[in-house]
Design a binder for this molecule. Structure first.
Ligand code: NI
Length: 253
């Protein structure tokens, strides 16, 4: 069954039908969902989701746009929450120079602190990186060696993806791969081995074709798997099977 390695079902866009939608996941062939945390105020909602749905796991972390909210007290709380049973990773963490909500120094500081915390606890990480390719690579080379990481919503070059694969990291592929103008990402998918690809929605964002622009959900991952299958010359079932295996191994589930 499909494994969604990165979703945001705590987002208010799901407030109208969250229960109904999540209850329908098994009948749509969705076997496992890992819900990321974006901000400190999402932690409690993520924990509640993982407690309510057997097939849901969570990440605790702070997105680079939101690290201004972090302080030592919150960071200590984060460490405690990361020890909960259904918390499978630290995330999402990284650098975002597109929105540039926080200074680069502040973003780097908390990215490194969260990486070090993940290593200390022994959890994998989910990396968010937007228009910050070189700094992300530098920090991961220095602080992320030997760790398990998914580069979520991968948006950089084929060469850099191959370097991440050499570092043992996985590449998260979502709705963008179905877009007509996503030439670069299609090349990435063709260049890297299936053993290093996982499926992700980042829902409610980034719905694949033919639902581009609408609210996304894990159900749409069938379209992402089909697009990868076409690029790889294998069946959609094979893509679903291998990416599920990769994700299970990664999260230790
Ligand atoms: Ni996300």
């Amino acid at each position: 069954m499909i494994f969604d390695t990165h979703a945001h079902y705590d987002d208010s866009q799901f407030d109208t039908d969250r229960e109904e939608l999540l209850a329908s996941m098994p009948e749509h062939g969705i076997g496992t969902i890992v819900n990321a945390s974006a901000a400190v105020d999402s932690w409690q909602r993520v924990l509640e989701l993982t407690e309510k749905y057997p097939f849901m796991y969570g990440m605790i972390g702070v997105h680079p746009d939101e690290v201004g909210m972090l302080d030592e007290e919150k960071f200590a709380e984060m460490e405690e929450l990361l020890k909960r049973d259904k918390i499978a990773a630290v995330g999402e963490i990284g650098l975002d120079y597109y929105w540039d909500n926080e200074s680069h120094d502040v973003q780097k500081l908390w990215f490194i602190r969260q990486l070090e915390l993940a290593r200390k606890i022994g959890l994998p990480v989910n990396i968010h990186s937007r228009e910050a390719a070189a700094d992300t690579m530098d920090i991961l080379k220095q602080y992320g060696q030997g760790m398990k990481a998914i580069i979520h919503c991968y948006s950089y070059s084929k060469e850099m993806a191959e370097e991440y694969v050499r570092m043992g990291y996985l590449i998260g592929i979502g709705g963008v791969v179905t877009f007509k103008n996503a030439r670069k990402l299609k090349e990435v998918v063709q260049a890297i081995p299936m053993t290093h690809i996982v499926l992700e929605t980042d829902c409610p964002y980034l719905a694949p074709e033919p639902n581009r622009g609408k609210r996304n959900s894990s159900v749409n991952l069938h379209d992402v798997a089909a697009a990868i299958a076409e690029l790889k010359g294998i069946s959609t079932e094979e893509v679903i099977r291998v990416t599920e295996e990769n994700a299970r191994r990664f999260y230790g589930l």
